[in-house]
Design a protein around this ligand. Structure first.
Ligand code: KIV
Length: 262
């Protein structure tokens, strides 16, 4: 079984864990911790590049970070987020970009739902590129969704999301991210699909959970959505380390003779 088949085989057999990652050193830690999937998310735009909108990250930036992550993730499947405008309009460009992610070492790409998403998944899957779909709150088209808010709260919108899930499964996606939808809806979709669902702000009844790495370590402080659980406060610890370094240098106690060459 290859890495992607192993993820598919986890459907209904315990929870899948996925975290975002953007560089070599963090990727090494995630691999050693045995996380199931590493996602090079376009949230890179927010948490690494400091931009407001995930649509502002470029293909080149995503390629570089994907390569860095893949240098450390040898056993863990790496999924690369296809950034905005790299797959929506032009089929040849979409295929070229997805192939470039695979050349960088990714095992699969992720695409967000939009009206021609089924055709995109079809093209990629037929070209042998494994695809993870992303439905519910899709940040790349947030302007069409009334902003960053929970999706699928009323019946018509819940049915639309269920329909999208089924279409993406039928087109050959190997798994689906469900973002910011009510847990009952996520549970219904998870029950209806044969492929694993991975939730973010979608309650506990998905086949797996994903969060942004910088959120769970308390490094990104600009926004904290309700679904985030921070397991440490790395920004505080980092600040303490930086202050200690500054103090040692200013007092003349760093470097010590042992930290110097004769
Ligand atoms: O880019 C990202 O971090 C994502 C996750 C929120 C699923 O797409």
């Amino acid at each position: 079984m290859n890495k992607i088949e192993k993820i598919r085989a986890k459907k209904g057999k315990g929870k899948i864990t996925m975290l975002t990652c953007y560089d070599y050193s963090f990727s090494r830690v995630l691999e050693e911790a045995g996380i199931d999937i590493i996602l090079v998310g376009d949230s890179l735009a927010n948490v690494v590049l400091g931009l407001d909108d995930t649509r502002q990250v470029s293909a080149e930036e995503m390629f570089n970070h994907t390569r860095a992550v893949c240098e450390a993730a040898k056993k863990t499947p790496v999924v690369a987020d296809m950034p905005y405008a790299t797959y929506q309009k032009d089929t040849d460009k979409c295929l070229r970009n997805a192939e470039k992610f695979m050349e960088m070492g990714a095992d699969a790409v992720k695409v967000e739902w939009f009206k021609d998403c089924p055709a995109v998944v079809d093209i990629l899957v037929k070209a042998g590129i494994p695809v993870m779909g992303h439905i519910g709150l899709t940040p790349q088209t947030v302007h069409l969704l009334g902003g960053y808010r929970v999706q699928g709260k009323d019946e018509p919108s819940a049915s639309r999301i269920k329909e999208q899930a089924k279409i993406l499964e039928d087109k050959g996606s190997f798994s689906l991210v469900l973002e910011c939808i009510p847990s009952q809806l996520a549970s219904a979709i998870t029950g209806e699909l044969k492929i694993p669902t991975i939730g973010i702000g979608a309650g506990r009844f998905c086949d797996g959970q994903v969060l942004v790495l910088y959120d769970i370590i308390g490094l990104y402080r600009d926004k904290k959505p309700r679904f985030v659980r921070a397991y440490m406060n790395l920004s505080r610890e980092l600040e303490e380390a930086v202050l200690k370094f500054k103090e040692d240098v200013e007092k003349g106690v760093f470097p010590s003779p042992e930290e110097s060459y004769r």
